[in-house]
Design a protein around this ligand. Structure first.
Ligand code: PCA
Length: 197
């Protein structure tokens, strides 16, 4: 059986919940041919990525998929690329707010995600849920985790991806899009099934 390590973040930026962890924790332990291991990580530069690397060292997963909140987005959005930039508009959960700093000194400018992002979008849309590719994971902690993992697993068998999810209805102020929790869970489940593509 193939092994998937999937992560979600703790709440940040004054929110009480983070839909990424709320959804990840509800995923079944088995999805298709995938054995699913879930991990909550803190919204803290570097620390989050190091915790994923440590867990991956123990678990030896075939795929690492990280999930994060992208408040204001309408759909479930697999990220195409991670960039070598840290730039925070708000402090992370440890008070760090780096500006114009690299994730990895002397690392390449960017890495493409190594999971089948187009098949994932198609699988989510088949459920009638909004999904599209995203070409920027920002320059905050989500991108930090994606870039670090892609850098670490470059040219290895381990595939790395990232999915941003919208707010939950209880987080979204007027006119801000959101998706119910069970829809986000269904979308992530479909995306995991598409890893076999
Ligand atoms: N979203 C933030 C960090 C944690 C999260 O869930 C981001 O998009 O960088």
């Amino acid at each position: 059986m193939k092994k998937l390590l999937i992560t979600g973040f703790d709440p940040f930026g004054g929110e009480a919940i983070n839909p990424s962890w709320e959804a990840v924790r509800l995923l079944p332990d088995l999805i298709g041919g995938w054995q699913v291991t879930k991990l909550q990580i803190p919204t803290v530069f570097d620390r989050a990525a190091q915790l994923v690397l440590q867990q991956a060292e123990m678990l030896q997963p075939d795929v690492i998929l990280c999930v994060g909140q992208a408040g204001g987005r309408r759909g479930i959005t697999p990220e195409v690329v991670g960039i070598n930039l840290r730039e925070a508009n708000i402090p992370d959960n440890a008070g760090n707010a780096p500006q114009n700093a690299p994730v990895v000194s002397d690392g390449p400018a960017a890495y493409f995600s190594t999971v089948p992002v187009r098949a994932m979008v198609a699988a989510i849309r088949e459920l009638g849920l909004p999904a599209s590719l995203s070409y920027s994971a920002g320059a905050f902690v989500c991108n930090d985790v994606l870039y670090t993992l892609l850098h670490h697993h470059d040219r290895t068998q381990v595939k790395v991806g990232f999915i941003h999810v919208p707010y939950l209805p209880e987080q979204a102020k007027e006119n801000i899009p959101s998706l119910p929790l069970d829809r986000i869970v269904a979308g992530l489940t479909a995306a995991i099934t598409a890893l076999d593509s």
